[in-house]
Design a protein around this ligand. Structure first.
Ligand SMILES: Nc1nc2c(ncn2[C@@H]2O[C@H](COP(=O)(O)OP(=O)(O)OP(=O)(O)O)[C@@H](O)[C@H]2O)c(=O)[nH]1
Ligand SMILES: [Mg+2]
Length: 242
């Protein structure tokens, strides 16, 4: 049966997202507006094994903490539009810095593939990366590619196909925080679960609210058309302002 899946491309600026997007879609892109904001996001499609994949090129960001419109747009897309897969494009030559965003995204959703790009550059610099170790540590598939020369694409296509058809599933190893933070999450998470539907990570929402993410709170209230008193946990309402 032919199906259509949405694939979001996320990553730090300058990691080769657009190069990958163009290589996959053959530049058949048009631009669209998302989440009521006038931010243009490229969109295009490719076909693999009779399935159509709609690719969404999200703005490049260093984090998803609501520091800028770009971060809000990328965050809202991943959390609320719920693409079948979020491809996190990371730069093989600065993996440590890039994995910061990757860790934030696997806290939000298990439907993630980490795409290590610029492998040609890494090889030139003598950097070797063991993707199997990374896959084990992160709990989501990791694929090495060179977007510029389309190297590694066969495995990337295959991994996307297996993830959307549930042959494999992401089981992210999420970060555990200090006991006092985990205690607060444990209190807030069941409450969040009663407000958001279960396709959204209640743990991640709880974490963001504990961090005082007002922008996310406003977005939640807007999307579910609820008043602030219904979103805030009765015992912990001050937490939003921590
Ligand atoms: N050597 C090499 N260069 C690459 C590769 N992929 C992308 N680049 C180069 O990296 C630079 C950034 O690529 P873009 O595709 O514009 O990156 P981006 O992530 O879309 O950047 P922003 O839109 O600014 O976030 C460009 O000069 C690309 O030609 C690759 O696989 N190998
Ligand atoms: Mg780009």
């Amino acid at each position: 049966m032919k199906r259509e899946y949405v694939i979001a491309l996320a990553g730090n600026p300058n990691t080769g997202k657009s190069t990958l997007f163009n290589a996959l879609t053959g530049l058949k892109q048009h631009t669209g507006n998302w989440a009521g904001k006038t931010v243009t996001i490229a969109e295009g499609t490719y076909v693999h094994k009779k399935n159509t994949y709609r690719l969404i090129d999200l703005p490049g960001t260093y984090s998803l903490f609501s520091n800028s419109t770009d971060e809000e747009v990328a965050r809202n897309y991943i959390v609320f539009e719920q693409p079948a897969v979020t491809l996190v494009v990371v730069d093989a030559t600065s993996l440590e810095r890039n994995l910061n965003l990757a860790l934030q995204i696997i806290e939000m959703t298990p439907n993630v593939i980490i795409c290590i790009n610029l492998m040609d550059e890494a090889e030139k610099r003598g950097i070797t990366i063991n993707e199997n170790v990374l896959t084990k540590k992160l709990g989501v598939p990791v694929v090495k590619i060179t977007a510029r020369s389309k190297k590694g694409f066969a495995l990337l296509f295959d991994t996307i196909d297996r993830l959307v058809s549930n042959v494999i599933q992401g089981t992210p190893n999420v970060v555990r925080y200090q006991p006092e933070i985990e205690e607060k999450i444990a209190k807030l998470e069941p409450f969040v679960r009663t407000v958001v539907n279960d396709t959204i990570s209640a743990r991640w929402i709880a974490l963001r609210l504990l961090d005082g993410d007002e922008s996310l709170l406003q977005e939640l209230m807007k999307r579910w058309n609820r008043g602030e008193e219904e979103i805030l946990c009765p015992q912990t309402e001050h937490m939003v302002h921590i």
